[in-house]
Design a protein around this ligand. Structure first.
Ligand code: SF4
Length: 224
C-alpha cells in the first residue's frame, strides 16, 4: 500500500472509531476547567493552549488541566499576570503539573514572548527556554492553526510498532515523513495527532491490546 494511502486509511478508521476529538481543550467563558470544544477562538485561548503545551510536558493532561484550573481560579491565565506574579507563587499555583519551579520559569518566558506581539513562528519559539520541537509544534498547530505535524512518544510507539516509521528516527525526520505523505492541511494534522493520542491510550498501550484494535488488520502485528 502506498505510504500516503496507508496513512489516510489509518486516519479514516481511527476517526470513524473514536469520532472527532475537538482538540485542543480550552476553558470556555465563565468556566474554570478546560474542555474539548474544538480549539481556541481568541487570543486568550491561544495563550492558554501554549500554556497547556508547557504544563503537560512530562505529565498527564489531567495534571496539566488542574494547573490551568488553578491559574483560572487565581486570575493568572494571561501573559500580563504571569509576568507580574513571583516565580515561587506561580510555581505553587501550577504545582499539580510537576516540575513546577522549572515550568514557572518557562511560563514567564512564554508570557514575555506573547507580550512582544510578534508573529509566532517555529524558529522563534524554538529559541525560547523550555520549548522543544514537540511543544513548539503543538503551539503552532493547536493555538495558531499552522500545519505542523506533532510527533510524540505515542506517534513513535504506534507507527514504530506498525513498522511504518523507525521509532528511533529523529523528531524532524518523522515529522517530515508525516507532512510529506499527508495532504498538507492543519485540520488533518490537528485531528490525526489527537486520534493517535486516543489510540495509544485505548489500545496501543505499553502492553498493546491488539486483539480488539480497530487498525490491527493494517498493523498485522500481535503487539511486539
Ligand atoms: S494491532 Fe497492536 S501494535 Fe498494532 S496498532 Fe493495534 S494495538 Fe498497536
Amino acid at each position: 500500500m502506498r505510504e500516503s494511502l496507508k496513512l489516510i486509511n489509518i486516519f479514516n478508521i481511527l476517526k470513524r472509531y473514536y469520532g472527532p476529538r475537538n482538540w485542543w481543550p480550552v476553558t470556555p467563558p465563565g468556566k474554570l476547567y478546560p474542555e474539548y470544544t474544538g480549539g481556541p477562538e481568541n487570543s486568550e485561548q491561544r495563550f492558554e493552549v501554549a500554556v497547556g503545551a508547557i504544563l503537560t510536558q512530562n505529565t498527564s493532561w489531567k495534571n496539566a488541566a488542574l494547573a490551568i484550573k488553578s491559574l483560572n481560579e487565581s486570575n493568572n491565565l494571561n501573559p500580563e499576570a504571569i509576568m507580574r506574579i513571583e516565580n515561587k507563587q506561580l510555581g505553587k499555583i501550577i504545582r499539580s503539573s510537576g516540575y513546577y519551579n522549572m515550568k514557572a520559569r518557562k511560563l514567564k518566558v512564554l508570557a514575555g514572548y506573547f507580550l512582544q506581539k510578534i508573529e509566532t513562528n517555529r524558529e522563534s519559539l524554538l529559541e525560547l527556554y523550555g520549548i522543544g520541537p514537540e511543544t513548539a509544534d503543538s503551539i503552532l498547530l493547536y493555538a495558531f492553526n499552522k500545519p505542523y505535524f506533532v510527533i510524540d512518544a505515542y506517534t513513535r510507539r504506534i507507527f514504530g510498532r506498525m513498522k511504518i516509521i523507525d521509532a528511533d528516527d529523529s523528531y524532524e525526520a518523522i515529522r517530515e515523513y508525516f507532512e510529506t505523505n499527508l495532504p498538507f492541511e492543519s485540520w488533518l494534522f490537528n485531528e490525526y495527532h489527537a486520534l493517535i493520542v486516543e489510540h495509544a491510550k485505548s489500545f496501543c498501550r505499553k502492553t498493546p491490546l491488539c486483539d480488539d484494535c480497530p487498525i490491527s488488520y493494517i498493523c498485522g502485528l500481535t503487539g511486539d
